[in-house]
Design a protein around this ligand. Structure first.
Ligand code: NDP
Length: 269
């Protein structure tokens, strides 16, 4: 039996164990997959122990992705570039760091009919997941990508990193109005997951704006509820991204990509 787990905090409600168990069943691969609570202060000790106990791979979620990047012996090109790791792969006693968030998001946006090319996109947040999705978003010829974060300095660092190669990226203040219509809003903050309120530009939701919240929950996410109250009909949560990034992680560990057909619907029901 191959052992895998997702680590993070809070982790109790993670759907990753269900998703990976379904993948294993579909492909006839015997795996175990647990959700294990790991806080920032205990990251190294707990991950060391899990690897000692024979886990072959770990998914890493908030707030640990940047720590996982530091922990890995060898990071993939994309993980190095984004300084964020959501998949640790143990092979020949080395720890390989990978990120599947960006590709997972793109696959789901495509599936949901989002058109990125030529769009004005606002990204809220500058944590591990924002870092990991920016290069994927920028690879789609956006008209603009405006980044806002509660701690503005973190957004500034991110924007400066890409500014030279992608002049369409820019900074916006989290509590000031935006000065043009927004086609797509992507929420990559953890405010909803942490059940906290979120400050954002007051006019972010226009009549044709589409909204994608990376968070997911059994009921509508707090961010998508806000958007719907502002009149937006087209809101999506991050469950499809979760399934897609999970399939990419599963492939890294088991060298075969599971079929995701029907899994998002199954989880919703
Ligand atoms: P991090 O902890 O790395 O970053 C959190 C971000 O949220 C930071 O930018 C932080 O701002 C911001 N934030 C937190 N609380 C608030 C608040 N009350 N108001 C405004 N901003 C706030 O988390 P991740 O980036 O890893 O995850 C973010 C979210 O994305 C989570 O909900 C996670 O579940 C979801 N996610 C979903 C995935 C999927 O597959 N669907 C994949 C990856 C993530 P500051 O810098 O000021 O602290």
């Amino acid at each position: 039996m191959k052992k895998f787990a997702v680590i993070g905090s809070p982790i109790k409600h993670s759907l990753s164990p269900q998703i990976h168990t379904l993948f294993g069943k579909r492909l006839g691969i015997q795996i175990s997959y647990e959700a294990i609570e790991v806080k920032r202060a205990e990251f190294k000790a707990k991950v060391d122990k899990l690897l000692n106990d024979g886990y072959l791979g770990l998914n890493v979620t908030l707030p640990l992705k940047e720590m996982a990047f530091q922990y890995s012996d060898i990071n993939s090109e994309e993980a190095t570039f984004t300084e964020s790791v959501n998949t640790l792969n143990i092979k020949n006693s080395s720890v390989f760091g990978e990120t599947t968030d960006g590709q997972g998001l793109l696959l789901d946006l495509k599936d949901k009919g989002f058109r990125l090319e030529g769009s004005r996109v606002v990204l809220l947040g500058s944590g591990g997941s924002a870092k990991s999705i920016i290069p994927s978003l920028l690879s789609n010829n956006l008209k603009s990508l405006s980044v806002a974060n509660r701690t503005q300095n973190k957004a500034e660092v991110l924007v400066n990193k890409y500014k030279d190669t992608s002049p369409e990226i820019g900074l916006i203040e989290v509590d000031k109005p935006v000065d043009s219509e927004v086609d797509i809003v992507i929420n990559a903050t953890s405010a909803g997951t942490l059940k906290q309120s979120l400050t954002m530009p007051p006019n972010i939701f226009g009549p044709t704006t589409r909204v994608y919240d990376l968070s997911y929950s059994k009921d509508i996410t707090p961010f998508n509820l806000l958007a719907q109250k502002a009149g937006i009909k087209d809101t999506y949560d991050g469950l499809g991204m979760l399934v897609n990034q999970a399939a990419l992680s599963f492939e890294i560990w088991n060298e075969i990509r599971p079929d995701i057909e029907g899994i998002e619907g199954k989880l919703r029901s």
